[in-house]
Design a protein around this ligand. Sequence first.
Ligand code: CO8
Length: 258
Amino acid sequence: DAGYETIRVEQRGRVGWIFLDRPEALNALNTQSMRDVVAAAEAFDVDEGVGAIVVTGSEKAFAAGADIKEMEQKSGLDMMLTDHFGAWARFAAVRTPVIAAVSGYALGGGCELALMCDVILASDRAKFGQPEVQLGVIPGMGGTQRLVRALGYYKAAELVLTGRMIDASEAERAGLVSRIVPAAELLDEAEKVAQTIADKPLPALYAAKAALDVALESTLAEGVRFERQAFAALFDTADQKEGMAAFREKRAPSFMHR
Ligand code: CO8
């Protein structure tokens, strides 16, 4: 597995899979996990043969947070100088759509990792939470920001301030997950969603993800401007010509970039 220590990776068709694999620590994310996950995601991202990435853990744990034992003795200066969680920003910057397939615990950094993905499929056994206040800290990988944007202030604030864990159905009602799937079907369903995405032309996927990201980061006017430019640019792609010709000719499209 290309020297990875904390994950397994696999490519099936046009889908890149990242399996978090530290069962002894419920997939807690340490520095090596960050290096491995970021490197694997970036390698899939630059591979034109990959149109979607799935990140998943085990049935018991997607990831139970940042590795508390690794962080415990660090000083504020250590955290700043080593930019302890900084590389996760590169995971969020991956252009390829990423699906989180979550079963079991998605806590702290684990919940935040899911929040960096574009689709969150939750098994009916998934549990989400931001328990950091109980450890004397706060979410450090974007949780306070992304939760407020995804759930609204009051739901996000209750979760971050109490550290309360919520089950899959509460998470779905809150808008934290795209959809709930029976635990036994989670990986099959993730594969289906990923294949459906990966079948689409890459230029359109990249543009769509970039535009969705802008929605979280900008004003409505800026976002609509970005969308219009990205929309126009796609008319210079062979895949746009093919997609629209196929529609007119009532046949399946045969895209160049996929
Ligand atoms: N870090 C390190 N080790 C962990 C972690 C963790 N977050 N979670 C579980 N483990 C270890 C346990 O220590 C235990 O190891 P050992 O057998 O050597 O004692 C093993 O995994 C199994 O865990 P448990 O025995 O505790 O399993 P249970 O089924 O009894 O309990 C729980 C499961 C409820 C999930 C429990 O393990 C737990 O509460 N874990 C900690 C959850 C937590 O507080 N997470 C937040 C961490 S802080 C954080 O994420 C900050 C984010 C900042 C940025 C993130 C960047 C990645």
